[in-house]
Design a protein. Structure first.
Length: 235
């Protein structure tokens, strides 16, 4: 159905509002979003902005959902682009895509992984489905990988402490997860490692020690996958 001129202008304004909000966050931090400041920069009367977003929190929620879906789409595209059924190659592609997305969308990365915004409480019924797409994709990729003959669970992960095992079992039961506790643990450990390396690079700490952090990131992800028996070709 063809959009009317009014509808096209409204969509354009929504996009501009979010663009200016990201600019604010990039310059002043994620807590700096102000509808009044956005309206001023756009040359709009502040009350007019409320025709698009009823509150600052509504705008933050829209930005969160867009960021979660953008990252999930990127990871999905990267893994599907691998023609082989090799689980290691698909996981490797997804982890590389995660870093690439974060560096290209540093403000969105900070929004979804950084410090909570004071006074903002995400509406879980709206944001959780989008957020779960990311972990859901990694769960699927780890499931595919652990179904392959070469997959191995390192010895130390077969002896998970009882308290941690109970937490993993509870997570598995709550979300209907289909991965064994040891693989869930590996998934979380890999997620923490990848996010930690990306955060250190993005916020400048790694560059105090390494001129090109990508080589470090790539080596560590490849080593992590090799540890569970998954092969990844050297490019």
């Amino acid at each position: 159905m063809t959009q009317t001129r009014r509808e096209r202008l409204r969509e354009t304004t929504f996009a501009e509002i979010k663009s200016v909000a990201r600019q604010q966050m990039a310059e002043q931090g994620t807590a700096a979003i102000s509808l009044r400041a956005i309206a001023s920069q756009m040359g709009m009367a502040a009350p007019s902005l409320y025709n698009y977003y009823k509150s600052r929190d509504d705008l933050i929620t829209a930005l969160l959902i867009e960021a979660f879906n953008s990252l999930a789409d990127t990871l999905e595209t990267a893994s599907l682009a691998i023609p082989t059924k090799n689980g290691g190659e698909k996981l490797f592609a997804a982890y590389l895509a995660y870093r690439d997305w974060a560096l290209r969308n540093s403000t969105d990365f900070s929004l979804i992984t950084g410090s909570p915004i004071p006074g903002y409480h995400a509406p879980e019924n709206i944001t959780t489905p989008a957020a779960k797409r990311i972990m859901g994709l990694f769960q699927l990729l780890w499931r595919e990988a652990c179904s392959q003959n070469q997959f191995i669970i390192p010895a130390e992960y077969t002896e998970i402490p009882d308290g941690l095992r109970q937490q993993l079992e509870a997570w598995k039961e709550f979300e209907g997860n289909y991965l064994p506790p040891a693989v869930l643990h590996l998934l979380l450990a890999s997620w923490a490692q990848a996010q930690g390396m990306v955060s250190l690079e993005l916020y400048g700490q790694l560059r105090n020690n390494l001129k090109e952090p990508f080589e470090f990131y790539q080596f560590e992800i490849r080593s992590l996958l090799k540890r569970v028996g998954l092969s990844v070709q050297n490019n």
